[in-house]
Design a protein around this ligand. Structure first.
Ligand code: C2G
Length: 703
C-alpha cells in the first residue's frame, strides 16, 4: 500500500513508558505504518517488551544495537531500513493519540513536510481531537529544534541526504533539520494535541541526567553552535535561527541548571563564547530585561553578577508562580521554604486512604507506638480533621498549608495509599508505605491497558513509588506481585498487615459487643457485611466512582430479617450514597465507618466481589460469598485478576439475590463444601498473620 509511514523509535531504558508508546501506535486510526524500534543497548526490560510486540504485530520491527551508541546513530540506523514513503520520529517514552498519523498524512497534501503539535506540559492530553482540526501555515520555519512529531516525505530525506550527526549525544536533531531552512517558505502545522510528550521523567529513569550530564550537555550545545555557525556562515537565515535557538535554550534550560547546580566555573567560558557571537549577529527572539542583563554578565564572564541576577530571577519566578493559586503557593513553600527548615526527626505523619478516615495499617501502627509510649510527635492527615482518635496527635487538613509544612518537616511518612507526587522526597525522609490490601486485581505494571480516569496512571504511579523506603506485605503472594507490579526494590516488611492484628486479638468477643453497640446493632442478630469494590470505568470524575446496589433489600429482609442484619459498606472511592431509610433495623449503611477491620469482627458472613477485603476477613475463618454479577466484564476487560475466581476462592460465586438467600440459609453446608479450599486459602494468604505485625514494624522503623 502507498503512503506508508515509517515510524523511527530509538529505545534506551524506557520500560516504564514503552508499552504505552507502542500501544498508542497499535491503536492508531491510520493503519498503514511500520514501527522501527532500535534498542540502543538498554539494560532494563525494554528489549523483551519490543520483542513481545514484534511477535504480535508484523508492522513492528526491532533492531538490537547491543551497545548504547546514542540517539543519532539509532535514528540513522532506522532511516537505513525504513521502507515507507514517509518518515516520522517518536520518542519511546512518549505516545500519540489515535488520530495523530491519520491527521498528518491526510493533510500533508503536496507539501514535503507537515508539523504536528504537542500536548502542553502537565495538561491531560486532549484525547478527543477537535472535530475541525485547523491547518495553520507557520510563519517561522521551525519553532523548536526537534524532529519529533513531523512527517517528512522520504524523497525529501534522500534528496537532501538528511541524517543525524553521530558526534552529538544530546543535540543531533538540528543537524537533520538545518538543511531544510532554505527549503521551505511556510510549513503546514496541525493544531490539537496529537503528540503526548512525557514531560516529567521520573527521577530514577535511567535517561534522567545527572549534574555531570548537564555540563556535558551545555558543552556539546556550545560546540555544535560554533560548528554549525561555521558551516552555515554564508547563510544569514541559518545564523539567525541558531542565535534564536540559543536564546531559547538559555531561557528554557541553562537558567534552571545554573539556579539548581553550581557549575558556573565549568560552563561560563563556553557560554560566553556564544553570547559574544550572537551579540554581533541579529536574532529576533524577544528577551526580557532580566535575560538581557544575564547574557551581558555571561559575555563578560562576570560570575558574581550572574549568580546574583539568577538568584533574583528565581525568587521572582517562584513568587509569580505561587500567586497563581493556593495549592501552587503551598507547593512552592514546600519546595523552597519548608523543606529548607531542619527536619524534625521525631515527627511522624500518618495518612489513610487519602485522608478519608482513621483506619487501616497506619492507624494500627500509630496505636502501637502510643501504647508503647514512644516519644514521637504525631500528625494525622484527614480530609475533615476533628476526629475522635486516641493519643495526642495533631490533626491537619489534607493539602492545607499545615499539611505541606508538616510533610516537609517530618522525618517519617506513613501512608496506605498515595502522597501527591509534587511532594519531592527530602534527604533523610523515611516513607513507610503500608499499602491497603492483598491484590486480587492486576496492579500498575501488570495491567495491560489502563481504564483509569488518569491517562498517565502508570508513569505517575512509578514516580510516586520511587519514594517508598519500606512496603508492607501480608503474604508471599503479595511480595512477589508488589516487587514486579510496583517495580519495588527497597525493603519489604513480611509480617502480615498491622490492620489485621485486631482479627487475632484475645478479646474479640468483648470488641464485637462494643462495636455492635456503637452501631446500634441488636446483639442477638447475626451480621452480614456487604463490602464491594469500585469499578474502574464507572466514574463521574477521577476519584469519584459510581455504584449501583444490586441487592434486593426487600427480599433479603423478608427471607433473612428474623436472623440477620445487613451492613452495606461501599469502597471509599464511591461517591454515590446508599439509601437504607426503608430498611430501618435491618440494613445499615456503614460506608462512612472508619475502620472496616472492626466491621469484619462483628460480621458472621462477608459478601464481597473483587475487593481485597476477603483476604483479610479470611483471618477469621468465617464464610465468604462472592457476589460477582459483572464477572466477565470486570475480569476480562477492566482489570484482570491474579487468581482464578472460579477455582481458588474460599467461597462460592453467587450471581443473583436468590443465590445469596439460598447460600445464607444453607451457610453451614456452604462452609463444609468449601472447608478444604478455605484451609488452603488461609495458609496461603493469612499464614503470616499472628496479631503482632504492628509491634514488629514499630520496632524495625521507629527505634
Ligand atoms: N475497603 C473498604 N470497604 C470496601 C472495599 C474496600 O474499606 N467496600 C478497603 C479495604 O481495606 C480494602 C481496601 O479498601 O482492603 C482496598 O479495597 P479494594 O476493594 O481491594 O480496591 P482497591 O482500592 O483497588 O485496592 O492491593 C489491593 C488493591 O490495590 C485493591
Amino acid at each position: 500500500m502507498k503512503n506508508k509511514i515509517s515510524i523511527i523509535i530509538p529505545v534506551y531504558n524506557t520500560e516504564v513508558y514503552l508499552e504505552n508508546c507502542i500501544e498508542s501506535l497499535i491503536n492508531q486510526a491510520y493503519s498503514n505504518w511500520e514501527a522501527i524500534l532500535i534498542n540502543d543497548g538498554s539494560t532494563d526490560n525494554s528489549l523483551s517488551i519490543i520483542s513481545n510486540y514484534e511477535k504480535q504485530d508484523s508492522r513492528i520491527k526491532s533492531i538490537d544495537l547491543k551497545v548504547n551508541k546514542g540517539v543519532a546513530h539509532a535514528r540513522n540506523t532506522g532511516l537505513d531500513v525504513a521502507t515507507g514513503e514517509f518518515i516520522y520520529f517518536l520518542d519511546s517514552d512518549d505516545s500519540l493519540d489515535q488520530y495523530a498519523l491519520g491527521l498528518l498524512i491526510s493533510n500533508i497534501t503536496h507539501h514535503e513536510v507537515i508539523f504536528g503539535s504537542f500536548n502542553k506540559q502537565n495538561k491531560k492530553a486532549n484525547l478527543t481531537l477537535p472535530v475541525k482540526h485547523r491547518i495553520k501555515y507557520s510563519k517561522s520555519k521551525f519553532r523548536n529544534e526537534s524532529v519529533l512529531n513531523r512527517l517528512f516525505r522520504r524523497t525529501l530525506v534522500d534528496e537532501l541526504n538528511l541524517r543525524f550527526d553521530e558526534d552529538y549525544r544530546y543535540y543531533s536533531d538540528l543537524t537533520f533539520l538545518l538543511p531544510l531552512l532554505d527549503y521551505f517558505k511556510t510549513v503546514p502545522t496541525i493544531t490539537g494535541y496529537i503528540y503526548k510528550k512525557q514531560w516529567r521523567k521520573d527521577p530514577d529513569s535511567p535517561e534522567s541526567l545527572t549534574q555531570h550530564d548537564d555540563v556535558a550537555k551545555i558543552k556539546e550545545y556550545v560546540e555544535r553552535f560554533h560548528k554549525l555557525t561555521e558551516v552555515y556562515s554564508e547563510n544569514p537565515k541559518a545564523i539567525k535561527f541558531l542565535c534564536n535557538q540559543f536564546v531559547s535554550y538559555y531561557c528554557q534550560y541553562v537558567i534552571f541548571v545554573l539556579q539548581e547546580q553550581d557549575i558556573y566555573s565549568e560552563v561560563l567560558e563556553d557560554l560566553s563564547s556564544v553570547v559574544q557571537f550572537i551579540d554581533t549577529h541579529s536574532y529576533s527572539r524577544r528577551i526580557s530585561f532580566f535575560i538581557k542583563r544575564e547574557l551581558k554578565a555571561i559575555r563578560n564572564k562576570d560570575e558574581k553578577k550572574l549568580r546574583k541576577l539568577l538568584k533574583l530571577h528565581k525568587v521572582l519566578r517562584i513568587t509569580s508562580r505561587s500567586l497563581k493559586g493556593r495549592q501552587k503557593l503551598y507547593r512552592t513553600l514546600y519546595n523552597y521554604v519548608f523543606t529548607k527548615l531542619p527536619m524534625q526527626n521525631k515527627t511522624i505523619v500518618f495518612e489513610s486512604f487519602l485522608g478519608k478516615n482513621y483506619s487501616d495499617s497506619p492507624k494500627n501502627i500509630y496505636e502501637e507506638l502510643i501504647n508503647e509510649n514512644k516519644d514521637y510527635n504525631y500528625i494525622w492527615v484527614f480530609a475533615k480533621p476533628g476526629k475522635e482518635i486516641p493519643g495526642n496527635a495533631k490533626q491537619v487538613k489534607r493539602l492545607s498549608l499545615a499539611y505541606f509544612y508538616y510533610m516537609a518537616r517530618a522525618k517519617y511518612w506513613v501512608s496506605n495509599s498515595r502522597i501527591p507526587k509534587a511532594l519531592k522526597k527530602r534527604e533523610g525522609n523515611i516513607y513507610l508505605q503500608t499499602w491497603h490490601g492483598t491484590p486480587l486485581k492486576k496492579l500498575v505494571f501488570d495491567m495491560n491497558d489502563v481504564h483509569s480516569a488518569n491517562p498517565n496512571y502508570k508513569a505517575d504511579f512509578y514516580e510516586q513509588s520511587r519514594r517508598w523506603d519500606y512496603l508492607i506485605s501480608a503474604n508471599s503472594y503479595s511480595s512477589e506481585i508488589f516487587q514486579r507490579a510496583f517495580k519495588f526494590n527497597n525493603r519489604m516488611f513480611e509480617y502480615g498487615y498491622p490492620r489485621n492484628d485486631i482479627l487475632h486479638s484475645d478479646n474479640k468477643t468483648h470488641l464485637m459487643e462494643r462495636f455492635k453497640t456503637q452501631l446500634n446493632i441488636p446483639l442477638d442478630k447475626k451480621v452480614i457485611l456487604y463490602a464491594p469494590t469500585w469499578r474502574d470505568d464507572e466514574f463521574y470524575k477521577p476519584g469519584q466512582y459510581k455504584f449501583s446496589l444490586r441487592f434486593d433489600l426487600e427480599r433479603l429482609q423478608e427471607e433473612l430479617g428474623d436472623e440477620y442484619v445487613v451492613l452495606l459498606r461501599t469502597h471509599y472511592f464511591i461517591a454515590d450514597h446508599l439509601n437504607t431509610e426503608d430498611f430501618e433495623g435491618f440494613a445499615f449503611n456503614v460506608s462512612k465507618y472508619d475502620d472496616i477491620s472492626e466491621l469484619y469482627l462483628i460480621a458472621d458472613i462477608l459478601i464481597t466481589d473483587y475487593s481485597s477485603v476477603f483476604f483479610d476477613y479470611a483471618n477469621l475463618k468465617r464464610p465468604i460469598l462472592f457476589f460477582t454479577y459483572d464477572l466477565e466484564k470486570y475480569r476480562d476487560t477492566l482489570r484482570g485478576f491474579y487468581i482464578d475466581m472460579e477455582s481458588e476462592l474460599p467461597g462460592p460465586l453467587v450471581f443473583t439475590n436468590d443465590e445469596i438467600i439460598d447460600s445464607i440459609k444453607n451457610i453451614d453446608q456452604v462452609k463444609e463444601q468449601y472447608q478444604a479450599k478455605y484451609d488452603l486459602f488461609y495458609d496461603r494468604f493469612c499464614g503470616w498473620e499472628h496479631g503482632d505485625a504492628s509491634k514488629k514494624i514499630s520496632g524495625e522503623v521507629f527505634s
